[in-house]
Design a protein around this ligand. Sequence first.
Ligand code: APR
Length: 231
Amino acid sequence: MSKMKLVVLTGAGISAESGLKTFRDSDGLWEGYDINEVATATAWRRNPALVQEFYNLRRRGVREAKPNAAHVALAELENDFDVSIVTQNIDDLHERAGSTKVLHLHGEILKMRSEANESLVYPVEGDIKMGDRAEDGAQLRPHIVWFEEPVPMMEKAAILARHADLFLIVGTSLVVYPAAGLVNYVPYHVPKFVVDKKLPYLSPVQNIVAIEKPATEGMKEVIPHLRKYLV
Ligand code: APR
């Protein structure tokens, strides 16, 4: 008998308790950088060295961070559910916590790619420097989806949402599209849950259970709600 499909949309809030800054809590200045100068396709064209420096700094932070109890709780849910995580996060904390099906809508900071060919992807050992080249001779860049760039994994995420039996949102402000629109692909009758320290605006989406708590506490509270559906 196949397990119930639990689809989880996560954002920066689930990694906050691992010490990784969220975007909107850092009032637009992210580690001291203006997002428009480091996280857009225009920024890369204008000043690629600054963009490399920004992601090299964040990559060191990700390497030092540890998964927190919320990441672990999601990984443990795989014992009872067929869990698919759709994350906006570029860190690898879900994977390190043990989650086996993680889809990164906005890319992965521990990977890099040719700036000319997005299928040439490599693991990042240390930093990426200007002058580091892919096998096609093009400059290597972070394997991250910047603002102004398409989100190729959205189609796959939408299909997962459409087939969910249960849908959980953890730690996202739901302000960045298309990711924020994922909940609209979840069928009306599917039970939805949201855990967030400060609940994001959700249109009167039917039958949603909202838990306004930090992710590590909120996960403890939401798990019994999910388990109620176990046959
Ligand atoms: N526990 C739970 N939720 C938290 C916690 C916490 N400890 N701390 C913060 N939050 C919540 C905030 O209330 C907010 O709703 O996490 C959310 C963080 O929102 P954002 O900073 O906007 O992060 P996110 O929604 O992931 O941003 C989406 O925007 O900058 C782009 O590409 C980037 O993937 C990112 C996207």
